[in-house]
Design a protein around this ligand. Structure first.
Ligand code: CO8
Length: 373
């Protein structure tokens, strides 16, 4: 017998520190000036390319991002450092990413109103893991006193929708009655703050979602359908991995951090995701124009506006097409869940909405939901 799955509650942990575009640009431009002064001869000889200044106006116009929350501001805005400083912790202490996930999970559990012991599986779905093993999800499971089983999964920016589908499938199959899915993202750890094209893109955050069997749930959101899609692309890459130390050339190129062909991603992903949403809505017998709210992946405001127009067949209102990237930037897997968490309480029973992710892989996921009475 198959069981209906419900999104029962969500939680959000926002790091207290934030960096504005202006602060980020000031750091980048100080670095660029020092770089150009230190390499003046090589630049004049055409051996080294000069750094060009970044601009806060460009960032807002090209992406919609105004600020981002981060776990360590001091290191990021220091032109001599330009990366977060996150000290290692002893094995006896919870890891920083698991700690963020536990904070978001506790909030979700409080909104759920049931004891954590009622959860019987934990999924940690994120684009970067604290370490190879033990899995962060098992650390979260331990910290919250949850039984059952736990594992980590990585589908880059689409990790959360893939996680919701995995949880819903566990519920449907009877493998679990309630699943906690967490998305801790310290994107600043894998962002090259010395790369003008991408230094502004990401922020840090953690989100949590509880999925449970419908007959156990009071309120929440019926999951009407989930669809996943992956299509290989080299346009968003991160070649960091355990074999880096085995390469004869060492860590080598800067591709051990996030790199992308932003323009190509924009051009290819907008039609792919719009078609996927419309096709999935059709399969479920839903009228896209009847969607009350879109909680899309938060990478670029222009992308979301284009997808919103294609899906609703008209210009969506700001209430219909939720944007949180102005404050959070791209938080990878967590973006659509922050949007859902912070802009869904006001909706009425029967209202339809869509959680949708897209990103590296390429990967995309659609989760259609309906508010329960
Ligand atoms: N300041 C001023 N000017 C700039 C800057 C800057 N910082 N950067 C670029 N420019 C200039 C360029 O030099 C160029 O100038 P010119 O026209 O004279 O050559 C001009 O601005 C235009 O440059 P672009 O074509 O690069 O700019 P775009 O308009 O395409 O905007 C964006 C760049 C904002 C990156 C945009 O392309 C975009 O958002 N694309 C979509 C990207 C996207 O959705 N990516 C998904 C990635 S997320 C993901 O899945 C990864 C998961 C893992 C993440 C966790 C680890 C970190």
């Amino acid at each position: 017998m198959s069981h209906q799955a419900v999104i029962a509650a969500t939680g959000l942990y926002t790091p207290p520190q934030a960096v504005s575009n202006e602060e980020l640009v000031e750091t980048f431009n100080a670095f660029a000036e020092r770089f150009n002064a230190a390499n003046a001869e090589a630049i004049a000889a055409g051996e080294v390319q000069a750094q060009t200044p970044s601009s806060a106006e460009f960032i807002v116009k090209a992406s919609g991002i105004r600020s981002r929350h981060v776990v360590d501001k001091a290191g990021i805005v220091d032109p001599e450092i330009m990366r977060p400083i996150i000290p290692e912790r002893p094995n006896e202490q919870i890891s920083v990413m698991a700690e963020m996930a536990v904070d978001a999970a506790r909030q979700a559990i409080a909104r759920w109103g049931k004891p954590a012991s009622r959860i019987d599986a934990v999924l940690c779905a994120a684009s970067n893991m604290q370490r190879a093993y033990p899995a962060m999800s098992i650390e979260v499971q331990e910290a919250l006193g949850i039984g059952g089983f736990a594992f980590d999964m990585n589908v880059a920016c689409s990790s959360a929708t893939f996680g919701i589908k995995t949880a819903a499938d566990f519920i449907a199959a009877g493998s679990a009655r309630a699943v906690l899915m967490v998305n801790p993202e310290i994107c600043s750890g894998h962002l090259n703050f010395r790369d003008r094209d991408s230094h502004f893109i990401f922020g840090d955050v953690a989100t949590a979602v509880i999925v449970e069997r419908a007959e156990d749930a009071t309120g929440g959101w019926d999951i009407l359908g989930t669809r996943l899609k992956t299509v290989f692309s080299n346009n968003i890459r991160n070649n960091f991995g355990f074999l880096n130390r085995a390469a004869p050339e060492g860590v080598g190129k800067p591709d051990k951090l996030f790199v992308q062909e932003g323009r190509k991603v924009f051009r290819e992903v907008v039609p792919m995701v719009s078609e996927m949403i419309l096709d999935h809505a059709g399969e479920l017998g839903l009228q896209p124009a009847a969607l009350k709210r879109l909680w899309l992946h938060q990478a670029n405001i222009n992308m979301n506006e284009m997808i919103g127009r294609k899906v609703l067949g008209r210009e969506p209102t700001p209430e219909e097409n939720v944007i949180i990237l102005d404050e959070y930037a791209n938080t990878s897997s967590a973006g659509s869940i922050i949007a859902f968490h912070s802009h869904s309480d006001d909706m009425a029973a029967g209202d339809l909405g869509l959680i949708c992710s897209f990103g590296a892989g390429y990967s995309a996921g659609t989760v259609f939901v309906r508010k329960r009475g």
